[in-house]
Design a protein around this ligand. Structure first.
Ligand code: FES
Length: 581
């Protein structure tokens, strides 16, 4: 990295909008003046697009109205011209059927905002689950200088003097309510205390997993992903992010200069050491493929076999992101992984990942465990294959009851979510603690959108018997805050005729995590008959964005990107820059 600016003002992309002397640039300048900016505010300066996923319906980003002003302050101070661009908010708690249906839409929006406006570089403001991969995917495809600014986790939840974790404790106390162990008033106390500040979920769910992955990839300032959203250091980080992106434009430091196969291996290893969300598998594969890097399920499994889970965070462990920050945060965790990481990889601040963690220390070794005392020795995630999942499936052994890691039992099959909701608590349901609950039609096409239904509910009558985990399988995803013996992402999905569509009540299903296998013990002749009788269901959409989605969505093992978006080839060959007339 050189200290000398590599670009001159006339090399800036925005020069084509602002710097030339023609009729169209007159329009750009006069309309900028209309917004109260003098020519000296922007002439010859990098234009920094700040892609902001704030909205009134995204509680995880409710502080972004303020944070964007701090990012702008940094941009101004460094000699840039900040331009805020609102984008799809993807509010995990509110958007139905699932934000995953729209991840690729936000990725497209991000890419096209950057392409079609005079952006020289960008700050991506995200954090709530899908916003991180979506923004990063779009920015990788456009490949302008980019910094990701994570929303930061919210503060710990509070209930009768105990800490509450987003999602994880919702599922826990919901099960206790259904089992009759807590009252409706208790449940209301949980509701009021579980989310008490701005910021994303503060368990090691998908949000914390993906913002941490973005930091390890080198796309954030060091330490950025662990700072709680309301902490004043988060505001400082926002301003520093704004300052740094201006220099990155002059240096022409782009995602393609930062992202490599080794940086993705680093991200996967960190996710595993964090006990991160299974959703990260889908997102990291999609992000890597945008960068032209062939990350696949086998690589996750290979890295999982040698990576210990060191972060003692819910849902796999005990603590929350606020504790993790006080214990030293992600930089401290990475400092424990020196033999498993390639610390020579580049990052947005111009230094290597290794240089960025040089001074990192662990301040609480129960929250960030030493290598000699891991939470789990290996296998934070495991990739399964077998006649139920020829293209692969995933499970999170660290967050399930260990006795289920080798299990055989009769299937109880639900043909879709509505069927499951209608019958799961039926006292007459033929089910025991050894049964295997199977949900079909919950994948990328079937649900559609591959929602987080994969932590299938345990039948109420078993909850009352004290059962808190059992083997459950589906082609859905699972919230990163969820837990249990849930086989997820079965590929190919049932809706397109995958073997999951052929399972019937009473079929024996066998899981062996050690052997990485998931099978139904049904002979091939019988399966052939069922396959011949299977009929493709009608498509779920007949108009609108949903049709585009169904035509182009790919399966979970390749990241659920649209087929026309995933390679760098499109950016290189499709006239990545608009014509300016
Ligand atoms: Fe936004 Fe969990 S709801 S991160």
């Amino acid at each position: 990295m050189t200290d000398e600016p590599r670009k001159k003002p006339e090399d800036l992309r925005s020069h084509k909008w602002y710097g030339v002397k023609d009729l169209r640039s007159f329009g750009h300048r006069s309309r900028t003046a209309q917004m109260g900016f003098h020519r000296s505010d922007y002439a010859g300066k990098p234009v920094i697009a700040i892609i902001n996923t704030w909205s009134d319906i995204n509680p995880c980003h409710s502080h972004f109205k303020q944070r964007v002003e701090e990012v702008k302050r940094g941009v101004w101070q460094a000699g840039g011209f900040p331009v805020e661009m609102p984008a799809l908010s993807l509010s995990e708690p509110f958007q139905k059927p699932t934000t995953m249906l729209y991840r690729n839409l936000l990725a497209m929006e991000c890419e096209e905002l950057l392409r079609s406006y005079p952006a020289d570089g960008c700050v991506l403001m995200g954090g709530c689950d899908k916003t991180t991969p979506a923004l990063v995917m779009g920015a990788i495809s456009m490949d302008l200088p980019t910094i990701f600014m994570p929303a930061g986790p919210m503060l710990r939840g509070d209930y009768k003097g105990e800490f509450l974790g987003s999602g994880s404790d919702t599922w826990k106390y919901w099960a206790e309510l259904r089992a009759g162990n807590i009252t409706g008033d208790d449940w209301q106390d949980v509701e009021e205390g579980i989310a008490r500040s701005p910021g994303h979920c503060m368990t090691m769910g998908t949000a914390s997993t993906m913002t941490s992955a973005a930091e390890v990839l080198g796309l954030t300032l060091p330490g950025a992903a662990s700072i709680p959203a309301p902490d004043s250091r988060h505001a400082q980080m926002a301003a520093l992010t704004g300052k740094r992106i201006v220099d990155m434009v002059w240096e022409d430091l782009k995602p393609s200069d930062i992202l490599t196969a080794a940086s993705f291996d680093n991200a996967v290893t960190a996710v595993l050491a964090l006990g991160g969300s299974t959703n990260s598998i889908v997102h990291l594969i999609a992000m890597a493929r945008r960068a032209g890097i062939a990350l696949d399920l086998k690589r996750f499994d290979a890295l999982a076999r040698k990576t210990p889970v060191l972060a003692n965070l819910r849902p796999s462990g005990k603590y929350l992101m606020e504790d993790f920050f006080y214990a030293g945060g992600l930089r401290a965790l990475l400092s424990q992984l020196d033999d498993l990481m390639d610390f020579g990889q580049a990052t947005v601040n111009g230094r290597t990942l290794g240089a960025n963690i040089e001074s990192a220390k662990v301040f609480n070794d129960d929250v960030i465990r030493p290598r000699g005392n891991p939470l789990v020795a290996s296998d934070g995630l495991a990739v399964l294959t077998g006649n139920l999942a020829p293209g692969g499936a995933v499970i999170k052994p660290a967050a399930m009851e260990p006795h289920l890691s080798r299990h055989r039992g009769p299937a109880v099959v639900f043909k879709d979510y509505n069927d499951m909701a209608a019958r799961i608590d039926d006292p007459g349901l033929q089910v025991s603690r050894d049964s295997v609950i199977v949900l079909q039609s919950a994948g990328p096409q079937g649900a559609p959108g591959m929602p987080e239904w994969g932590q299938l509910p345990i039948p109420q009558k078993l909850l009352k018997e004290g059962v808190r985990d059992m083997l459950r399988i589906s082609d859905a995803r699972m919230s990163g805050t969820s837990y249990g013996a849930c086989v997820l992402h079965i590929t190919p999905e049932s809706h397109v005729g995958g073997p999951l569509a052929l399972v019937r009540d009473g079929d024996i299903v066998e899981l062996d995590v050690q052997a990485r296998s998931i099978n139904m013990l049904v002979d091939e002749v019988e399966l052939g008959k069922r396959r011949a009788a299977w009929r493709a269901p009608a498509p779920k959409f007949t108009r609108g964005y949903g049709v585009l989605y169904l035509r182009h969505i790919q399966q979970a093992d390749t990241g659920c990107d649209f087929d026309f978006l995933e390679t760098q080839e499109a950016r290189r060959t499709a006239g990545g820059e608009p014509e300016i007339h």
